[in-house]
Design a protein around this ligand. Structure first.
Ligand code: ATP
Ligand code: MG
Length: 463
């Protein structure tokens, strides 16, 4: 992408309505524009990152055997009356009446709709287990939408639902989801800690929230510092293995880590004092096991091995895809702007031409642009006729992890500059070497697969 052809409406002034850094930076970097309270348009740069996050979520869900689909944003109220949640949900639900006076609603979540789909087609235990998921917009009429995409009214969520024959099988689904979520967040460059939580209006017994530590987080959290040393890393996971998923679940949930809703000071006090931490966190996901709550209420039964009908055991699992943009920026920025982790960056590299119009500099930039593209990476080339300072400031603001700077002085010595956004360190290299190095960096990264897919295929082809 050439900057002169792109749509990147960067703001000079910091918008006064934005109270936290991620909101400010998303507005300044031209990623989102508010359309109404808590409702945003995703401008091209923001949309690109949103798509990257979705792709990671899709890959990690499908790696675990979960099946993608798409349910509508609007739902009939009838199903919610059947489950008993139509009245219980309260004013957060956006209720709409259509021209025929029928009650519909903009879905805040999808337990009812998916249970209805399931019961319409599945009749035997032989068809289990199944986990279906989608990534779809939700609406919750939050009293106080704030912090930009972090607490929107319309927001993008991945929500998945497992259907299992009994509690034991459903707990495997629960553990499996915990593992997929750990992988998902790590690939996004985030440390998200699973914490024992409260189930709220979804209902059920077992639930964990995933929290990213940040001062601006809305939840108060209590944890044993030892948990922050844990990482799933690149280990091979067999998602069919009940033991392996349970071991990973145990590894990540044994240390004390709870939100204020489930915090128990007496248990917390047993953690060695030097490891006790109280902090704030951003909830980026939650998993639930709620047994037969919806299958009983909505009569979703299958024939068991003995021929008798049994209600299926279910759980639901959500990731706040749009909130994650804010969470990533909260966790990764400096006073100049965003610093995207390599796994989610909207462009892999920015190319800055220090002397636009200089034949040699222009040709070198074009050649670098072509070879970066040829290795499957995405470049943003600042080809404007602007001063170097302004170009650097813009690249720093939008936060691409790498920058290649091309100028007549370097070219005279056969080199360009490769700069790391996070450390600020620069290296002078011949142009081909710089591209090779970049390719190596992204290939060595765990998003390789993803990067290569992005180079060759459009988003929708691998759902
Ligand atoms: N208003 C919102 N704006 C953006 N993301 C949201 C919002 N509400 C929920 N999410 C995201 O969707 C995920 C799954 O939804 P869930 O039903 O668990 O939300 P929740 O527990 O009600 O969230 P919160 O406690 O923050 O209101 C959450 O973990 C969060 O990341
Ligand atoms: Mg939640």
């Amino acid at each position: 992408m050439r900057l002169t052809r792109y749509f990147l409406p960067v703001l000079k002034e910091t918008p006064s309505e934005a109270k936290i850094v991620s909101h400010r930076l998303m507005l300044r970097a031209g990623m989102i524009k508010q359309s109404a309270a808590g409702i945003y348009s995703w401008l091209p740069l923001g949309f690109k990152v949103l798509r990257k996050l979705e792709n990671i979520v899709h890959e990690e869900q499908q790696r675990a055997g979960h099946i993608p689909m798409l349910m509508p944003t609007l739902q009939s109220a009838d199903l919610w009356k059947e489950s008993g949640r139509y009245d219980a949900y309260g004013p957060e639900m956006l209720r709409i009446r259509d021209r025929h006076d029928r009650d519909i609603l903009y879905g805040p979540t999808n337990e009812e709709l998916i249970t209805d789909i399931f019961r319409s087609y599945v009749g035997s235990y032989k068809d289990l287990p199944k986990t279906l998921y989608h990534i779809q917009w939700k609406f919750r009429d939050e009293v106080r939408p704030r912090f930009g995409v972090m607490r929107g009214r319309e927001f993008l969520m991945k929500d998945g639902y497992n259907f299992d024959i009994d509690r034991e099988a459903a707990m495997h689904a629960y553990n499996r989801h915990l593992v997929t979520y750990l992988r998902t967040y790590e690939r996004m460059g985030l440390k998200a800690i699973p914490m024992r939580a409260d189930s709220g209006p979804i209902g059920g017994e077992d639930t964990h929230e995933f929290l990213v530590l940040a001062d601006t987080g809305e939840s108060e959290v209590f944890y044993d510092a030892a948990i922050t040393d844990l990482a799933l890393g690149d280990r091979e996971v067999d998602f069919d293995s009940v033991e392996q998923c349970r071991d990973i679940f145990d590894e990540f949930t044994t240390h004390y880590a709870r939100t204020d809703e489930t915090h128990d000071p007496a248990v917390f006090d047993a953690v060695p004092q030097e490891r006790r931490r109280t902090a704030r966190g951003i909830e980026v996901g939650q998993i639930f096991y709620f047994g037969t709550k919806y299958s009983e209420a909505m009569n979703a039964r299958v024939q068991g091995p003995d021929g008798k009908p049994v209600p299926v055991h279910m759980g639901s699992h959500g990731i706040g895809v749009s909130r994650l943009l804010g969470a990533i920026i909260e966790a990764s920025h400096d006073d100049k702007g965003i610093i995207w982790p390599e796994g989610v960056t909207p462009f892999h590299v920015g190319i800055v031409n220090l002397k636009q119009g200089d034949a040699e500099a222009d040709a070198a930039c074009e050649a670098i642009y072509a070879s970066v593209t040829a290795v499957g990476l995405d470049a943003l080339y600042d080809d404007r006729n602007e001063r170097a300072g302004g170009k650097f400031a813009r690249m720093d603001l939008i936060g691409l992890p790498w920058r290649i700077t091309v100028g007549p002085r370097g070219l005279a010595n056969g080199v360009v500059e490769l700069t790391n956004r996070r450390t600020g360190e620069s290296e002078e290299l011949p142009p081909e070497e710089a591209v090779k190095k970049l390719h190596g960096i992204y290939t060595g990264h765990r998003t390789t697969q993803h990067v290569e897919m992005m180079g060759k295929r459009a988003f929708h082809t691998y759902i």
